[in-house]
Design a protein. Structure first.
Lengths: 141, 143
């Protein structure tokens, strides 16, 4: 039951120095070479009419093994408009939030997720009241 | 315009209907269709004995609020028990185990946006590589 992810980054920012990065990983359970075995599957949410911050992935509603450490989260802004984005946040221990960054149209992210307690929910905030859609998945232990 | 493209290919056969994700994005400055213009990349090593350290890549005060940046970080350790614990300021993001990578947008709004890394468990040493792609920084005044 392998889950693999590969990334390729290419850029011509430096015209005289070709730049590319390629990396692959197999998602394992924490500290082992055993494959992750659970996923939420690929999900989608659409927002319209407000720009409030909402919980996208709720630790308490996701059957992760607490603090196991092998979890991964994928999120993508499926829109094509580069002027509109979703700010992505992690809730913190004081129920405040830490901003990770903004996913503009077509931008995606893949990151580890500790999900050790209910204070590490993943939140998003659309920049526009117009219809915006995000897709996401959690691969976990 | 500089063109920087980040492409993800993800596949999983956990489900009876396999998951296959292909995503690609041209990385732009915040809210516009102008490409990012700055690359910073490198390699380092952090050991468990070093304790918790603010990552040397990208000073969080350099970019200012609501600018665009993307960070790629990979743990090059080979021992599967070795991991890099990653905090965003004082909130734990997660763990990059040996061979794991992450790619995230990074707000870098202020000093509270700092990324903090720590090698674990006891005795671990984790080489890592990073690429930071971002908007141009304001040049520092002549001293």
């Amino acid at each position: 039951m392998a889950t693999t992810a590969s990334i390729s980054i290419t850029s011509d920012i430096t015209e005289s120095v070709p730049f590319s990065v390629n990396a692959e990983m197999t998602m394992y359970q924490a500290g082992t070479t055993l494959d992750l075995e659970e996923t939420t599957g690929l999900a989608q949410r659409t927002f319209s009419g407000n720009t409030t911050q909402v919980t996208l992935i709720d630790v308490s509603a996701t059957p992760v093994t607490a603090a196991a450490g092998g979890h991964k989260v994928y999120i993508r802004n499926t829109g094509t408009d580069k002027t509109k984005g979703f700010k992505v946040f992690l809730a913190d221990a004081t129920d405040d939030t830490e901003e990770i960054g903004t996913l503009y149209g077509q931008d995606w992210m893949l990151m580890p997720w500790l999900a050790s307690d209910a204070n590490e929910d993943i939140m998003v905030q659309p920049s526009s009241t117009e219809k915006m859609t995000i897709e996401y998945a959690v691969f976990h232990q | 315009m500089a063109t920087t493209t980040a492409t993800l290919t993800l596949s999983s056969d956990m489900l009876s209907s396999p998951i296959s994700i292909s995503a690609s994005s041209i990385l732009m400055k915040a809210g516009v269709t102008e490409g990012l213009e700055l690359i910073e990349m490198g390699r380092g090593t952090i050991a468990e004995a070093d304790g918790s350290k603010t990552a040397e890549f990208g000073l969080p005060t350099a970019l200012g609020a609501d600018k665009a940046a993307k960070l790629f970080l990979v743990n090059k350790a080979t021992d599967p028990t070795y991991y890099i614990d990653i905090d965003l300021h004082d909130t734990n993001v997660g763990r990059l185990y040996a061979g794991d990578w992450m790619f995230i947008p990074w707000g870098m709004n202020d000093t509270a946006s700092e990324l903090v890394i720590e090698a674990e468990p006891a005795g671990a040493t984790c080489p890592y590589e990073f690429v930071l792609l971002q908007e141009p920084q304001t040049l520092v005044a002549h001293s």
